[in-house]
Design a protein around this ligand. Structure first.
Ligand code: GRF
Length: 205
């Protein structure tokens, strides 16, 4: 059983899916702490409802990103976090967290990377006119949405799709794929070789 620390800036529906999977015993992991850079993030409410410690860490009250991340790190360590999960965390992770958790920070992105990194990827996909988009879970490195890819799932883009309808189908895939990636990590089945993440044990998830 591994302990997760979830960083979230928003509504936290991915956080909820992970909490539910942990409570149902679908993953060998528990959410030990939730940290948000937004005081009113609904993710913190979700944590509270499940008796998970939640913290608001205000970026503005620190002199630098380094100091801000040192505070986050202190909380993660205090709760014995082994894997950090970004779930709608709207800041670029800096050196302090990356070096404390090398290859132990995961992110989920609502597109098939390396297409459409950055904000509102589902809108970018519609505007570009792709017929297939999707979801990517990856390890976090110093870039934006650039780290080694763990799992991806395709989501079709239909003629009648609006950004909202596509996003809602993307979300459904996110909830499935994030818990799979966490479970693979918990089982020690993710081996990073350069940019590639090898799934040990025959790729069966
Ligand atoms: C998700 O779409 C995820 O891909 C992106 O941020 C969004 C978070 O949504 N990184 P939620 O807060 O989990 O509902």
């Amino acid at each position: 059983m591994i302990t997760l620390g979830v960083l979230a800036s928003g509504s936290g529906t991915n956080l909820q899916a992970i909490i539910d999977a942990a409570e149902k015993g679908e993953i060998s992991a528990k959410v030990g702490v939730v940290i948000s850079d937004k005081e009113n993030a609904y993710a913190l409410e979700r944590a509270k409802k499940h008796n998970i410690p939640g913290y608001f860490v205000d970026f503005k009250s620190f002199p630098s990103k380094k100091e801000y991340e040192k505070k986050i790190l202190e909380i993660l360590k205090e709760h014995n976090v082994e894997l950090v999960i970004l779930a709608g965390y709207m800041k670029i992770v800096g050196e302090t967290l990356l070096s404390a958790y090398p290859n132990r920070i995961m992110n989920i992105h609502p597109a098939l990377l390396p297409s459409f990194p950055g904000l509102e990827a589902w809108k970018q996909a519609i505007e570009y006119g792709v017929k297939i988009s999707g979801v990517t879970v990856h390890f976090v490195d110093e870039g934006m949405d650039t780290g080694p890819i763990i799992l991806q799932a395709a989501v079709p883009v239909y003629e009648e799709d609006t950004p909202e309808t596509l996003l809602s189908r993307i979300h459904q895939e996110e909830y499935k794929i994030y818990k799979k990636a966490i479970q693979l990590f918990a089982e020690g089945r993710l081996k990073i070789e350069g940019r590639r993440v090898r799934i040990l044990g025959g790729g069966k998830i």
